[in-house]
Design a protein around this ligand. Structure first.
Ligand code: CA
Length: 422
């Protein structure tokens, strides 16, 4: 869900997003923005003492003056927080999120399954007038808004059924990133205070509604598109939620009519050191290097872009453009961004990804990622930290190591690379 200004590392990305299969999004809690903010530090231990209901209730009393000072009316606070329950499962999810690791191809199999594409086409037909009005007002294509809806809640089907106030209070009380969740809880109480929501349920991390907004994103970006005076992202009518999503994307710079990216074919002998978001070139340069569309044609020219190989040199390749970075504001995982973009393309009638994936590879476990970083550092390739996150520095270190060993420097953290480092 939307959320956050924070940027995440690619891994987290991959991890989290992972879940988005129908229903999973919710479980995962990320539907979007939130996820990024809630990713736990993957390396820190998991053996922390668990809170209790009594502890939560004491915390609520301690929290009360801060909420009131932040503008939550006392009556609202007392009524809304009465009976809020400590939820140990929320804490567990928060701590263990990184155990869920998927490769991009496994992720995309669910995120852009034929079912989700077909349901997306149906959802778009059913809501065409609404989505067209949203497109006209916010400049975000209807297929893109539909794709976010599709990944975040399976087009409104799985919006999450955990009490948002309980989840946020549990996470705020529990301590890890407590300040972040306390701020979210205050925003949630303002939603309640304004009477915007009837049934306030969502994911374990407090993202909720059709497009899984965090409360702070609701504050900043939610709109009352149906004009009933409420910014209601939770009811059966998705109008406010979908318009809010478009508003969010517009705010972050969505360029109407421009692609997020598209699949390409790389030539023999391609310089794989160029495959990073950090290298941006005019399309004419990519074309001159021999890059072509997936079907072998000349490249269209939407302006400067980068090449991206989310599954390494043996997987599908993409050129990506500024709208890619806009979707990234929803969720930083490359897999998620490609999932949204590709689902939108499919809903629009575009083809499936043509390239194959190295499906025999499995994702590295958290322990293996940490080991990989440690070994890279010892071998003289600075991974930028040993935290299990495959961020830009770790990927650059993998590339440098691959190059030194005479391998294709695609930066993909495979078991093979780990084996060579050992
Ligand atoms: Ca409304």
């Amino acid at each position: 869900m939307t959320g956050g200004p924070n940027f995440f590392e690619e891994i987290c990305k991959v991890l989290r997003r992972i879940l988005v299969s129908i229903g999973l999004a919710i479980v995962f809690g990320t539907a979007g923005a939130v996820a990024q903010t809630i990713l736990p530090d993957p390396v820190k231990g998991v053996e922390v003492e668990m809170g209790t209901q009594a502890g939560l209730e004491a915390w609520v009393q301690d929290f009360r003056p801060r909420a009131l000072a932040a503008g939550v009316p006392a009556a609202t606070f007392d009524q809304a927080m009465r009976g809020v329950e400590f939820n140990p499962k929320v804490v567990e999810r928060d701590r263990n999120q990184n155990e869920f690791t998927k490769t991009i191809w496994d992720y995309l199999d669910t995120a852009v399954s034929e079912d989700r594409v077909a349901l997306g086409i149906k959802a778009l037909e059913k809501n065409r007038a609404l989505l067209e009005r949203i497109e006209a007002e916010y400049g975000v294509e209807k297929e893109v808004v539909a794709a976010v809806w599709g990944l975040e809640s399976a087009y409104g089907t799985y919006r999450g059924d955990l009490p948002v106030l309980g989840s946020l209070a549990t996470l705020a009380y529990e301590g890890r990133r407590g300040a972040f969740f306390e701020a979210e809880l205050i925003a949630a109480l303002k939603i309640v205070d304004g009477g915007h929501v009837e049934s306030f349920t969502g994911s374990w991390a407090g993202a909720s509604g059709h497009t899984q907004f965090m409360p702070s994103s609701w504050e900043k970006f939610a709109v009352d598109f149906d004009g009933d005076g409420k910014r209601n992202l939770w009811g059966d009518d998705p109008a406010d939620a979908l318009a809010s999503t478009a508003n969010y994307l517009r705010h972050w710079g969505w360029q109407t009519g421009m692609p997020w990216g598209f699949e390409v074919k790389l030539p023999e002998g391609f310089d794989y050191e160029q495959t990073t978001e950090r290298v941006v070139k005019p399309v004419a340069e990519w074309q001159a290097m021999g890059v072509r569309t997936a079907s072998g044609g000349d490249l269209p020219d939407p302006g400067p872009g980068s090449s991206l190989l989310p599954g390494g040199a043996r997987g599908a390749a993409f050129l990506i453009f500024p709208n890619f970075q806009v979707i990234e504001k929803y969720n930083t995982a490359d897999a998620y961004i490609i999932g949204i973009g590709h689902l939108a393309d499919r809903i629009k009638g575009g083809p499936a990804i043509a390239g194959t994936w190295p499906r025999e590879l499995r994702a590295l476990t958290l322990e293996e990622r940490v080991e990989l970083q440690g070994l890279l550092g010892r071998a003289g390739f600075d991974p930028g930290g040993v935290d299990g996150r495959m961020g830009p520095k770790t990927i650059a270190a993998v590339k440098a190591f691959q190059k030194a060993r005479g391998l294709i420097p695609d930066g993909y953290p495979s078991l093979e690379v780990l084996g060579l480092l050992r």
